[in-house]
Design a protein around this ligand. Structure first.
Ligand SMILES: [Zn+2]
Ligand SMILES: [Zn+2]
Length: 373
């Protein structure tokens, strides 16, 4: 076990720090290092250190023992763990900042609802132009019958008689350092601080019900595969007046038979006959919205790209649209009539140059490159 830092040093305080200063410093540091917020590798370690320091210094008895004896080997039976601190996970960051309770879970604190995720598969063109639709999602909502408190209408949850609403029970232990008081969740009310005598029949006392909820979703034009749309407050219901979680819609886009997409640009291939490529032509190219005319210049090589400006995908953020790129492929005929074959032979004889001769300069350059010239 590494040498422990002084608890006061951890919180950046002097030995004479007031209760208020301890609480303030803890809140500031916990916020800084909470693993939900801070993704640094040592954040979790730091957070634990801060919490441990706080758990001891915020408790009069533990603080007095710490002031006298310093750090205590946890194996010597100082409460349940180092300094008797309770490391039951990190808790919800929302609890910590709004729940008060000085770092301990306040059983009556509002708790934010869980986030939900929904995967939606849409057509290629729907991603390009956007879509509005309704979806059905199962989610937990606050019970209408009891307004979320779990008690039968006309009755109310009562304060727990065992813990008097704190949700915690004190357990006294005798140790070599004197009496140490530890707290644990109240067994009578499971730490909620309230008991329900007559349960709401609709939600059986949980205050929550599962519902199929219809939600209207607007998918903006230009979304792409993997995009996430956040619908604030459309997740699961919060507890004790806490806000609902969020709903995340994850977009999956089906592929298109003719178009491919790369960001805001659209790509497609278009076949040309040898005659079209050699003599030039004007062809009609389908775009996402309409057919447009494209001029193919005489002598076009296979694999050449043509750009149709502004015929791509609307930009999700900002103005304008991407482009459509058309790659032309010259298709070699496979079924020729005898007459066509004769004409081609005649053409070939008249042509006077071979493709090799035509590309001689390229081959020359390659040869030179290999010779290192
Ligand atoms: Zn209910
Ligand atoms: Zn209780």
């Amino acid at each position: 076990m590494a040498e422990k830092r002084d608890y006061y040093e951890v919180l950046g305080l002097g030995k004479d720090a007031s209760e208020d200063e301890i609480k303030k410093s803890y809140r500031k540091l916990a916020r800084q290092y909470h693993p939900d917020v801070n993704k640094a590798e040592d954040a979790e370690e730091k957070f634990k250190e801060v919490k441990e320091a706080y758990d001891v210094l915020s408790d009069d008895q533990k603080r007095a023992a710490y002031d006298r004896f310093g750090h205590v080997d946890p194996n010597q039976g100082f409460g349940g763990g180092a300094g008797g601190a309770d490391f039951g996970g990190f808790g919800d960051i929302f609890d910590m900042f709004f729940g008060g309770g000085g770092g301990r879970r306040d059983p009556n604190a509002p708790q934010r609802g869980n986030d939900l995720q929904y995967t939606m598969t849409i057509e290629f063109k729907e991603a390009v132009f956007g879509k509005e639709t309704d979806i059905q999602i199962p989610r937990t909502e606050s019970c209408d019958t009891c307004h979320g408190n779990g008690a039968k209408p006309g009755t109310h949850p009562e304060t727990c008689g065992v813990c008097h609403g704190s949700g915690q029970q004190e357990v006294v232990q005798n140790t070599p350092f004197g009496r140490i008081v530890n707290r644990r969740a109240c067994t009578n009310c499971s730490g909620t601080g309230k008991v329900i005598k007559e349960r709401c029949t609709n939600c059986h006392g949980s205050g929550k019900v599962k519902k199929q909820r219809k939600i209207h979703v607007k998918i903006p034009a230009g979304v792409d595969e993997g995009a996430q749309i956040r619908l604030s407050g459309e997740g699961e219901a919060g507890l004790r007046g806490g806000p609902a979680g969020d709903l995340y819609i994850v977009i999956r886009v089906k592929s298109h038979e003719f178009f491919e997409r790369d960001g805001d640009d659209i790509y497609c291939e278009y076949p040309l006959t040898f005659a079209q490529a050699a003599l030039g032509d004007e062809i009609e190219i389908p775009t996402l919205t309409e057919k447009v005319k494209l001029k193919i210049p005489a002598g076009t090589q296979t694999g050449t790209y043509f750009r149709l400006k502004g015929k791509g995908v609307p930009r999700l953020r900002g103005y304008g649209q991407g482009d459509q790129h058309v790659k032309v492929t010259v298709v070699t005929p496979t079924k020729l009539t005898d007459e066509q074959k004769d004409l081609l032979r005649e053409f070939s004889g008249l042509q006077g140059e071979t493709p090799q001769e035509h590309h001689e300069s390229i081959f020359d350059r390659m040869k030179k490159a290999f010779r290192g010239e």
